[in-house]
Design a binder for this molecule. Structure first.
Ligand code: HEC
Length: 179
């Protein structure tokens, strides 16, 4: 029996004596399936969910934050205030950088490296704008990690939101002024 391509679908079961045509249909189906899977994974994998492990993997492996930009008005090592420590660097992804006015675009991510008085890296804090995650407080996902990647505070911590909330008119962002 010859399989007609339109009726063939993606049958994975076939007779031992399948024709060349059948083999081609099956091979074609499998290739299409593979391409579809790769594309879906690539698209879905583009931005992480609001999850400490996924976000950490994203900023270290998928899109290393050290290759991102600084805000134009806050470049390189800067002096900081409590509670984050005396020195810091703030890295921003393209979506944040391209956000001319608050609120920033969904998918914006801000990563802050927090340094000790001796300028040793101690803590990494993250703000990530996720649609529908926490609408009443700017839809920010918050995370604080040790340098070994241990998540110390994650999600919607009252502390982070309470203090950054004094800057809600600037979409909770402290170091950069949207003009
Ligand atoms: C008591 C106030 C306060 C609390 C609590 C606080 N922050 Fe901040 N945050 C600041 C200040 C002030 C800055 C500006 C940079 C600096 O001085 O270190 C800042 C900057 C940041 C930035 C850089 C982006 C920006 O807003 O400029 C991130 C990311 C950040 N904080 C994350 C967090 C996370 C995550 C938490 C909770 C675990 C948190 N912050 C808790 C005051 C606070």
């Amino acid at each position: 029996m010859l399989l007609e391509p339109d009726k063939a679908g993606c049958h994975l079961f076939f007779q031992p004596k399948e024709s060349t045509m059948q083999k081609h249909v099956i091979a074609g189906c499998l290739t299409a399936l593979l391409m579809f899977s790769i594309t879906s994974i690539a698209l879905a994998g583009d931005m992480p969910g609001p999850d400490a492990t996924a976000v950490r993997k994203y900023i270290t492996k998928v899109s290393p934050y050290t290759k991102w930009s600084y805000w134009p008005d806050h470049k390189g090592m800067q002096k900081g205030r409590a509670p984050h420590g005396p020195f810091h660097k703030v890295f921003v992804n393209k979506k944040s950088l391209n956000s001319a006015k608050p609120p920033v675009q969904y998918g914006s991510m801000i990563v802050k490296e927090n340094y000790s008085p001796k300028k040793e890296l101690k803590i990494i804090t993250v703000m990530y704008k996720v649609k529908g995650y926490n609408p009443k407080d700017g839809d920010w996902f918050w995370a604080k990690y040790g340098t070994d990647g241990t998540a110390m505070k994650v999600g919607k911590p009252k502390g982070c939101i309470g203090c950054h909330g004094t800057r809600s008119a600037n979409d909770f962002v402290v170091v950069h002024e949207f003009k």
